[in-house]
Each structure stands twice: as C-alpha cells, then as structure tokens.
Design a binder for this molecule. Structure first.
Ligand code: TRP
Length: 334
C-alpha cells in the first residue's frame, strides 16, 4: 500500500514497434487502472539485453516507449514511469532471488524454451533467469496487482512461489502479488492470419497495425484484412477474420460484440473494414499527436525521467534494504 492505494506494477520491452494489439491489450487499460492503483510502469530495458541489441537502437526505442506511455495518457505525476536500468535495485534483488530459485523451476518456463529455440546461438544465463528479474521487478515495490497477458502467467506464478518461499524463511517481507486479468476481448489477432496473435515481430507489415502508422496506411491495412466468403457479419468462431475486426471495433469503442453486430447488420465487409479503420485512426490520432509533441520537448521528458527514477529508487531501496538485512548482509555505515 502506498498512500492508502494498492500497488500495481507492469512493464514492456522496447523491442520492435508497438502494435494496436499492445495498445488495446495493455496500454489503454493501464490508463484506466492508474485511476485506482498506485502504478509503476517500467520500460524493462534490463530484460531487453537477454537477446542481442544494437545499443543506439535500444536507447532510441526505449525512449520512444517511455514517451508513448505518456502520450497514451499516463500522468507522470500520478504514475511512476521509468527505465528499469535507472533503478539498480532491480538487478540487486534479482541476484538475491536467484539464490532462492531452482534450476528445475526455470527449466519448466515455456517462454525460455521458445526463446532458446529461436536464439539457439545465444542461450545466455540472462535468458534463463529472465523470470527471476521479473520477480524482482514486481516484489521490489510490494506489488499487489500485476496486469499480464496469458503468456506471462507462468512468470507471475513463479514470482509468487519465490516470494512465498522467501517469506516462509524470513517472515513477511514481500507482498504476494496477484494477476490482474483484464476484461476479455482485447486479444487482437493478425490482420493477415486471424488464427495468430497480432505481433510486433511479424514479418508481414500488413499483419499488424503499428501505433505510429499514418491514417492512410491504417485504412489500407484494414482494407486488405483477411476475411472469409460467408458474406455475413456475425460474431462467431467460424469467421475469425470478421470476429477480429469486431473485437478491434469493440475494444476501441467499448461496445460489446452484440451491439457491434447489430450496428453492422446488412452491411458488407467493405463497409465494416472502413468503419473499423476509421475508428482506429481516430483512436490513435490523439496519441500520435501527443507523441510527436512530447518527442520535441526534450527538457520536459528528461525532467520526468529524472524525477520518476528518483521516486522508483526510493521505494525500491526500502524493500531492498529490508531484504539485505534479512539475508544477513552488514548494515551500511552512514
Ligand atoms: N516479461 C514481460 C513481457 O515480455 C515484461 C515484464 C518485465 C513485466 N517485468 C515485468 C510484466 C513485470 C509485468 C510485470 O511482456
């Protein structure tokens, strides 16, 4: 608890260009959650180097991502928006937690297996202990709630296991975090293959809407979206392409599928694609404009980055000192 509010933590990696899926599935909800919780939203750059990065590129993308957090509407006075690498406590706690995590547990992580297969030439120890760093992120702020997608559930489970194990030995040190499973429906699929999740790493640029796509590009991608030959706009499993378009429409407008189906009754696929495209364009426009504005304001961004890193460090150090004392490290002489 901070100032009577429950603590929420989440983070994103600055790899690839963010998609509409990232926005509707995460960022947009973060803004809503920030009204109720004391939120820490991190750009998790320590995690990024588990795969090889071009340094200048990583720095640029990380700054763009942080700017995007703000452009999406997260108030940096109310939320703590910061780079993970600016708070050394993440790495320090991660080391300690490594000593409370078993090889066997980490071996079971499906994301590790996937990534190891994908980067067979660089299966480094950081990739293996990635979930421990994630546990440190979460536990460092005595987090109550973690909004995560299904792909991160296993990592949240191991975080809870590590925290419980530590608490069982040393007393109540960590708050045990819970998953925040958001409202259903915000899982956005590829526009070219609606069986597959919309991904920032898809090679086909027509498969994803990128947050910074120009309006005409967005409209064109929707026009080319894969549908079917049924010719009816219904919300059902047999029509995954149409269902995805309706899901996107609903996530943007906060309508439910039944309302959307009714709205498009008797209309053609062309009209649906255009309407969804227009809706997405107008949803993203203010975010894009604000991103452009903020990007030019270097000194403002720098001051936000500095202040928020200080705030994060304050809370992180509180937990870290407690943990260091518990495990038997000597007190610091001041
Ligand atoms: N691993 C997460 C992802 O790739 C990002 C992340 C890092 C995270 N630390 C976190 C998410 C802590 C939630 C909480 O999506």
């Amino acid at each position: 608890m901070i100032d009577g509010k429950k603590v929420l933590f989440s983070g994103m990696q600055a790899t690839g260009t963010l998609t509409l899926g990232n926005y509707l599935g995460a960022l947009k909800n973060w803004v809503t959650l920030s009204e109720e919780y004391e939120c820490f939203y991190s750009v998790v750059d320590l995690h990024s180097i588990t795969v090889r990065q071009e340094p200048a590129e990583l720095r640029k993308r990380a700054r763009n991502l942080l700017t995007l957090y703000l452009a999406a509407g997260l108030d940096p006075q109310k939320n703590c928006i910061y780079y993970q690498s600016h708070v050394s406590g993440h790495a320090e706690l991660s080391w300690i937690l490594n000593c409370f995590t078993y090889m066997g547990e980490l071996n079971r992580m499906t994301q590790f297996k996937d990534k190891a297969a994908k980067h067979a030439d660089n299966i480094n120890a950081g990739l293996f202990t990635y979930p421990v760093l994630m546990a440190a992120d979460i536990l460092l702020y005595q987090t109550d709630m973690v909004p995560v997608g299904v792909d991160q559930m296993q990592h949240l489970e191991i975080t809870r296991d590590i925290a419980q194990r530590f608490n069982a030995i040393y007393g109540d040190v960590f708050t045990i975090p819970e998953a925040y499973i958001g409202k259903a429906g915000a899982k956005i699929m590829s526009l070219q293959n609606p069986q597959k999740k919309m991904s920032k790493s898809d090679e086909n640029p027509n498969a994803s809407i990128y947050l910074m796509d120009e309006p005409d590009v967005i409209l064109r991608k929707f026009k080319r979206a894969v549908t079917d030959s049924e010719g009816q706009i219904l919300y059902r499993e047999e029509q995954p392409g149409i269902r995805n378009l309706l899901d996107i429409y609903c996530a943007c407008t906060e309508k439910n599928p039944q309302e959307a189906v009714k709205e498009f009754e008797g209309k053609g696929y062309g009209e649906l694609k255009e309407a969804v495209g227009e809706t997405v364009v107008s949803l993203l426009k203010p975010v894009q404009d604000e991103f452009a504005r903020l990007s030019k304001d270097k000194s403002y961004l720098d001051s936000i980055i500095k202040e928020n890193a200080q705030k994060a460090n304050y809370y992180a150090t509180k937990t870290l000192r407690k943990v260091q004392k518990k495990v038997g490290f000597p007190e610091r002489i001041r």
